[in-house]
Design a protein around this ligand. Structure first.
Ligand code: SAM
Length: 238
């Protein structure tokens, strides 16, 4: 496997994400994803592109039988520290360690937009998931990503630079890392091609906190109106 630029940021990433995830995981993503997963007792769960493994550890505490896979050797080493969870170094594009129909659930938080070959990744997800079971992934909402905030007539608007193109971009924080903009329909097309149906579609703005809709009049309206994250639940119909 080629040298992974994520290795250069493993310590930095680990210090930001900590044991319960960063502020975005904690506030917006984890509560929803955990609610969608429901009762995890004895469920076989793959945490794909698991990073430092913090979410795998949360799932294991809920009695799931978890396996975490990540392309960064260094993040996998960090994940393995003081843990009995099965953490594996590998790519989402070739999940050769697993037989067909191995998992009840596949979760992938904030990673599909960091994965270059998403087509092979979703194909592999389809292969290793059990029929009728769920793949749940969260990404930065692509429709509101390539935007700039502008103020006009005392109101904020988002000015959109691009949406329909598939683009390889420089990561805004981590130098040398690429990430990928794809329209929502691009992900949906791949899911349908690989025998998934979309069974849940959640657009998350600051109106959401810990899995609930909240009213916070002090928050800027544009922040409430434009979703930052998208969570998709896809059910296998293979
Ligand atoms: C933003 S981090 C998210 C990590 C973790 N899921 C979280 O929520 O903290 C993106 C992760 O994707 C991983 N990654 C990128 N390409 C990958 C691939 N082809 N296969 C597996 N992991 C990959 C990186 O190593 C990195 O850990």
């Amino acid at each position: 496997m080629k040298n992974n630029p994520w290795d250069n940021f493993s310590k930095n990433y680990n210090s930001q994400v900590t044991k319960s995830g960063d502020i975005y995981h904690k506030t917006y993503l984890n509560p929803l994803v955990l609610k969608l997963l429901g009762d995890l007792k004895n469920k076989k769960v793959l945490d794909l592109a698991c990073g430092n493994g913090y979410f795998s550890k949360i799932l294991a505490k809920k009695n799931a039988k978890v396996t975490g896979v990540d392309y960064s050797k260094d993040l996998i080493s960090i994940a393995k520290e003081n843990s009995k969870i099965n953490f594996l170094h590998g790519s989402s594009t070739n999940l050769h360690f697993f037989k067909n129909n191995s998992f009840d659930y596949i979760v992938s938080n904030m990673a599909f937009h960091d994965i270059k070959n998403i087509s092979k990744t979703i194909k592999e997800c389809s292969r290793v998931i059990k029929p009728k079971q769920k793949l749940i992934f969260s990404i930065v909402h692509p429709a509101f990503y390539l935007t700039k905030r502008i103020k006009e007539d005392k109101e904020y608007f988002l000015k959109l630079k691009a949406y329909m193109s598939v683009l390889e971009l420089d990561h805004p924080i981590y130098e040398g890392i690429k990430h990928y903009h794809r329209p929502v329909g691009y992900y949906l097309k791949l899911l349908f091609k690989n025998k998934f149906v979309v069974s849940g579609f959640y657009e998350i703005s600051t109106k959401h906190r810990k899995g609930k809709l909240i009213k916070e009049p002090k928050l800027l309206k544009y922040k409430q109106e434009f979703p930052t994250f998208l969570v998709i639940e896809a059910t296998s119909i293979k």
